[in-house]
Write a protein of this length. Structure first.
Length: 226
């Protein structure tokens, strides 16, 4: 399982560094983008709000891992509530963008590398927004289980929900120009998430919200202690 995770991570690192870093830079800015990317942008913004609404308004004294932080949008939102944030992404180019955009945010540390690197230590919250969606269901479950061991309060993460409509859209997406495509995503269903119970995870798993914006469909979940 670890081998499949590492192989996919290597492909994603190449994609986000060599193919799409400029596109993600633009997507997460205020610059005009194509119709498809605008829908993705709007969907991501709604998901960021949904995740932030699940967290306390005052995050002073908390340490949070933004796993797969990209250009640091969520990291900056967490910092503005007073959290100490560690943002990690496999793309060193996106990390450079994040650092440049976060110069006025003093409580964020950015690192390029594996979001699952244990040397970063433990956190009060671990957030993995849209950073696990390209991995297999087995790797997603394993990653969430690993995160749960290092999160004092909860792990907040997103998956691509497995629905007939979404599977159809994913097939249609293959006909769009390559410039509009992102790496293949892997839909995950409720039964697959229940595999966490088989791993002996005692935390409470609950759905936060599903965001649907045609070309952006994502479902947020929380695995909370107690």
């Amino acid at each position: 399982m670890q081998n499949t995770y590492l192989a996919k991570r290597a492909r994603l690192e190449n994609y986000f560094n060599e193919v799409s870093s400029d596109a993600w830079d633009k997507l997460t800015s205020n610059e005009p983008v194509s119709f498809v990317r605008q829908l993705v942008r709007e969907g991501r913004e709604k998901m960021q709000v949904a995740i932030m609404e699940k967290l306390p308004q005052d995050l002073k004294g908390t340490r949070i891992l933004d796993a797969g932080c990209g250009t640091g949008v969520l990291s900056r939102m967490l910092d503005e509530r007073g959290a100490e944030v560690v943002g990690v992404d496999i793309s060193d180019k996106l990390i450079e963008v994040a650092k440049n955009r976060s110069k006025s945010h003093r409580n964020i540390e950015y690192f390029s590398g594996d979001m699952k690197e244990r040397s970063f230590g433990n956190f009060d919250y671990i957030i993995a927004m849209d950073s696990l969606i390209h991995y297999s269901a087995e790797d997603v479950i394993s990653s969430i289980a690993d995160f749960s061991k290092r999160a004092n309060n909860s792990v907040l993460f997103t998956v691509i929900p497995s629905t007939f409509a979404l599977r159809t859209k994913l097939r249609l997406g293959k006909y769009f120009p390559k410039s509009e495509r992102s790496p293949e995503v892997v839909p995950i269903g409720w039964r697959q998430l229940h595999q966490l119970e088989a791993l002996g995870i005692k935390e409470s798993l609950s759905k936060i919200k599903r965001i649907k914006s045609f070309f952006y469909v994502s479902e947020a979940w929380e695995l909370a202690n107690g």
